[in-house]
Ligand binder design. Structure first.
Ligand code: ZN
Length: 283
């Protein structure tokens, strides 16, 4: 059974981005690490860390300096924790800020990308926004109901639950989203199958949080229920992607040609999904 994974890029997305100002410094650091591993363990001072901020292109940039004895050159790293600078014990702050300034474009761009990709935790209170098919439903909470009940109306999601326990509200909302997701996704899969003379597959929901869809040689297609949060065009792209796998169980040129036949603007949609999918992963 071959299972084809979709969007393994998500993993890349959250991997830290490293930027070394000098490859020489990097290589030297790497060989230094190796030498340390081979040498008998010796007590080493913990690296010293300090927080700083500076103005960059008219914006305030906070950064952390991690100083280590024997470190050569200055290294810049940007990830979900922001900008970290690796430096020696004696590198002056002015030299560090000079280095950041020299790479201002890269620093601003990477910090911007990370702040956009940060997953904001879902709030489970009245007034909170729940993503649904590209729209944003306003959560309306009513407690004191023994049986959970969820209803969508006029851009709102009315949720009746026993108490305001966030776990309870989340469970009710997720159950509702799954209930909407399965018939919708199955219907889209059926639609594209008919349109392109394919035997309709069996459609299932998955709880995958790193993969939007998968399919196997038994013609079983699985979609993450979270996909129902995305706008219909993005959902269709994922559906077409899996439908195309019914003809090509790989990511060959022939496969992508099939995707394009079913979904002519797939490239733009794929890019949009890659860039915005963190918005669908808060819960
Ligand atoms: Zn695929």
């Amino acid at each position: 059974m071959s299972t084809l994974d979709l969007f393994d890029r998500i993993v890349d997305l959250f991997a830290p981005t490293e930027h070394h100002t000098a490859t020489r410094g990097k290589r030297e650091q790497a060989s230094g690490d190796r030498a340390r591993r081979m040498a008998p363990p010796r007590k080493e001072k913990q690296p010293s860390e300090s927080q700083h901020s500076m103005a960059l292109d008219g914006h305030r940039v906070d950064y952390k300096v991690v100083r280590r004895r024997g470190r050569r050159g200055v290294g810049l790293k940007i990830d979900g924790n922001g900008l970290t600078v690796a430096a020696s014990l004696t590198t002056p702050l002015s030299a560090i800020e000079g280095m950041i300034g020299q790479h201002a474009g890269w620093v601003s761009r990477k910090l911007g990308e990370w702040s956009q990709r940060r997953i904001t935790p879902q709030v489970w209170q009245t007034g909170a926004k729940i993503p649904f098919m590209g729209e944003s439903l306003t959560l309306m909470l009513e407690t004191g109901h023994a049986r959970a009940h969820v209803e969508q109306a006029m851009g709102h999601l009315f949720v009746k639950v026993r108490s305001d326990d966030p776990a309870l509200i989340e469970k009710a909302v997720v159950t509702w989203l799954k209930k909407q997701a399965l018939p919708y996704l199955a219907q889209r899969a059926f639609h594209f199958a008919r349109l392109h003379q394919l035997t309709p597959p069996q459609v299932f929901l998955s709880s995958a949080n790193g993969r939007w869809g998968s399919c196997n040689s038994r013609r079983e297609v699985r979609f993450s229920w979270r996909l129902i949060k995305a706008r219909p065009a993005l959902i269709d792209y994922v559906v077409c992607h899996e439908m195309a796998h019914l003809r090509h169980m790989n990511h060959s040129a022939a496969f992508w040609a099939e995707v394009e036949r079913m979904c002519p603007d797939y490239m733009a949609l794929k890019k949009e999904l890659d860039q915005s999918d963190h918005r669908f992963r808060a819960f």
